[in-house]
Design a protein around this ligand. Structure first.
Ligand SMILES: Nc1nc2c(ncn2[C@@H]2O[C@H](COP(=O)(O)OP(=O)(O)O)[C@@H](O)[C@H]2O)c(=O)[nH]1
Ligand SMILES: [Mg+2]
Length: 217
């Protein structure tokens, strides 16, 4: 029984990954750079995306919003003139490659664009599913505490870039920098790490510039 369960889970990931690889190849061929934005609810994913895309001047930008229900963040971006569309999972705790494939057929992206996909707010499942992205951007916030790298290792392992948001709240929540950074390093020694206050914009210039450079290569 246990071995059957393992093989079914393996096959779910294999099916997902083959669709994700197809999406990724199509993005790459069309010079579309895709960032999968992960993080728990309320860490500031939308705020970080908004700050970064305001600084991308020379390429088209699209934001894809993944939520269990609602289109609040999509409406926010659309109201600012950003090309944005919604994927609702209706209970699912993450986006998967099939959902992306279907959504992209209904809403084709522009060549040479940069696309930010805000995944469902959750620090667990979204890290397990490739959705065609070139890079995972993990948003964690000081308000969540410094122990998250130890408790949710996969999201930290898979991130190409880690944004520690709500840096302004560190002093109020006894955030332990050493404990946090030791935990990150234990799982990921290559990810670029930025500390920001997405609400005020502190640190967003450097983050956006780094992403713009990576997206250009
Ligand atoms: N103090 C503070 N609040 C922030 C910061 N970034 C976002 N917020 C607030 O945190 C809440 C959730 O942000 P949001 O971007 O919607 O998070 P999401 O659910 O991860 O997309 C909002 O009320 C934001 O104004 C920050 O750097 N500092
Ligand atoms: Mg959001």
């Amino acid at each position: 029984m246990a071995s059957e369960t393992v093989s079914i889970i393996k096959s779910i990931y294999a099916d997902n990954n083959s669709i994700a690889a197809k999406i990724n190849a199509s993005f790459t061929a069309r010079k579309i750079f895709a960032v999968n934005v992960l993080g728990a609810p309320g860490t500031g994913k939308t705020s970080v995306i908004a700050g970064v895309i305001a600084r991308i001047k020379d390429r088209p930008v699209t934001v894809i919003e993944g939520d269990i229900e609602s289109d609040i963040d999509t409406k926010l971006f659309a109201s600012r003139g950003v090309d944005a569309f919604q994927i609702n999972t209706h209970g699912g705790c993450h986006l998967d490659a099939k959902m992306m494939d279907k959504a992209l057929a209904a809403h084709p992206l522009r060549d040479n664009s940069v696309v930010f996909i805000e995944n469902v707010g959750n620090l667990v499942c979204p890290a397990e599913y490739e959705i065609g992205e070139h890079m995972k951007l993990l948003v964690v916030s000081a308000a969540e505490g410094s122990d998250k790298p130890y408790k949710y290792p996969l999201a930290f392992q898979k991130a190409g870039i880690i944004v520690l948001n709500k840096a302004d709240l560190k002093v109020h929540v006894d955030f332990n920098d050493k404990f946090f950074y030791d935990g990150v390093k234990a799982h990921n020694t290559t990810a670029k790490i930025f500390e920001v206050n997405a609400k005020k914009g502190d640190g967003i210039d450097a983050l956006a510039q780094w992403l713009i450079n990576v997206a250009a290569h």
